[in-house]
Design a protein around this ligand. Sequence first.
Ligand code: ATP
Ligand code: MG
Length: 741
Amino acid sequence: MDFIYSVANFLILAAILWIFGRKAIGRIFSSRRERIGRQLDEAERIENSTVTPPEIPAAFSDALPAGAEEEIRAVRAAAGEKVLAAEKKTEQTERAMRREMLADTRERFLDTLVGAARKMAGEEPYASALRAKEETFADAIIARMELTPGDIAYLKRHDVLYVTLTSAHPLPQSIVDRIGKRAEEMVGAVGGRISYWVREDPELVGGFRFRVGDTVYDFTVADRLYQLRRDLGRRMLRGDEDVRALLDDLLAGIGQMDCDGISEFQLGRVLSVSDGVCWMDGLADIMYGEVVEFESGERGMVLDIEVDRIGCVVYGRYEKIESGTPVRRVGRIASVPVGEEFLGRVVDPLGRPLDGGGRIFTEQRRPIEHPAPAIPDRAAVTRPMHTGIKAIDALVPIGRGQRELIIGDRQTGKTSIAVDAIINQKGTGTVCIYVAIGQKDSTVMEIRDKLEKYGAMEYTTIVCAPASASASFQYIAPFAGAAMGEYFMERGGDVLIVYDDLSKHAVAYRELSLLLGRPSGREAYPGDVFYLHARLLERAAQLSPENGGGSMTALPIIETLAGDISAYIPTNVISITDGQIFLDSDLFREGQKPAVNVGLSVSRVGSAAQTRLMKQLSARLRMDLAQYRELAGFTQFGSDVDALTRKVLDAGSRMMAALRQNRYEPLEDWRQALLIFAVSEGLADDADPDDMDAFGRRLAQALEETRPEIVRLLRSGSKLSEEDRAALREAIRQLGRTEAA
Ligand code: ATP
Ligand code: MG
């Protein structure tokens, strides 16, 4: 009975819900459907190169390896499921997943296409055309063959050098003998002998490859396809037309193989790989900082060279690399693309976009490690770099080309100061680069949104190696950012670069060093962590006029633990930089924001770049404030103090109030000067200490209306004479009187 009763109840409830809620539910669903549709359209538009893989044209499908079509279909089906799942996620993940899915499918599709080309190249007419060229290639290899310093060093130690000739088909004996003889002569000339191996490998499809020591002279279809495949990444794939053109190009590339097309590279072997660090052997002539490429297409940068093994950090996904697989030298030092195209973008340390805004096409690259400008190429710091923050521009002024450290405990407003400084560069033609190292993705997103909101993104690049990125990415991020900045500096531009933060950078470097087996020193950091940060920060400079007069101002950030600025990394960076802005967590808690500790903050070169007006007004400020903090500390518990002390305390606390400032509200230099003048002359005693900003705004506005000549004087930034001061004082008093009336 109970059961029937509850069923009836349920049915009645359902009916009521249906009658009254139907429309609302329908509306929710339809608006949701619309929203998802809109977002998908948006994602589509962003992927406007719409790399949707097209159907494989019927003409070629019989050339595909067996099972390839099923595989592609399966990938598509899986991708479809991914899209369905993505619809449930937020807009952001949706786009990312869609992009990933498209990229994934595209890769698989290109692989299949290259497979088809490989199969066709093994057959007529390509096969016989290649065989006809074998003699010419043998001549070219004999002409090119030489020993590298690495080979000679190996011969000295082992007395024998391994030489291998690998071909797709059996080679005529004459070719085998000619090449072998030349190699024997060459090695004999330095007093060694060779061990000559001749092999066949159908995987090469056509042609042959000759290896002396670590150097490979390659004239095979397999290598040609490998290179063509690598270049395919830039091609669009929109329909059958494109696919056909692509396959034709692949085959034409094989048909056109000639002596210029012999690739020469050094080969090595992966010994082991773990935690983003890979050990290799071979590659006898490799240099520090060079790029190597693994079979899976991943790349890495050499960071350690030992007698019989080479250590490198792997960019990206090291899981795909297997020990025993070959690795080749790319032949260049690690570099990043640079250029104006990066402004307004969020990129990873290799210059690849992270913001879903499409690929970035640039012409130029710069090595990530670059020597800092030499002393004769520099000029003294003389131009101000206004941050728009009163406490900084008045007390610890920063000049263009300076390196000023922002240091403080966690959550003391370090990033906020840097972001405000970036926002204040609007309209000055300064390019800003914000390097996020080991930050949360959400923090970086928030910073980007804020910069966007205040119109600062158009002259800013964010280089992002978030906490989730590998230690190698975090390690190279600031160097990549510096390279991007140097591009503008060398063209005479002004750059502001923020490294947020170098403590996490040091930790990433420590991780890599420990994995590379380097001995650890103080606080387990490697011994060269000082050199690491010194060579990074030395790249900030004011160039001399002969060198274009560009500048790069660096604001490194360091996080301290419980205010301990005498720990290892903080002392290092303090001694490298030209001063520091110390943010105090006690001040921050008291509500003094930005929490600049006047006593411990200093700017060693910036005062040369301050306007004369600001210099004049802030001359005594530092001392007064330091004295105030001291006194305030003493008198915290005592209630009765003498009149003089009380006066100092009142004046000090009013000045501290005047130095408070909200985020995203940078103030022009003359407005800062005006407020500081009014407060230090005791003309702001009636103002509300909790809202000095409003007082400053009223003052500036009234002055602009009634005394434009004084505003002009302040704007010019020149020193105030005694008469000027008197006039200004009088004007402020006058305003006070009219306000009171
Ligand atoms: P972290 O150690 O997490 O990197 P941080 O030192 O970079 O922190 P911020 O993220 O800049 O600190 O700021 C911490 C908090 O303080 C933020 O919530 C921010 O809104 C607030 N804050 C910073 N500066 C000011 C300011 N001038 N006025 C008001 N609030 C501020
Ligand atoms: Mg921060």
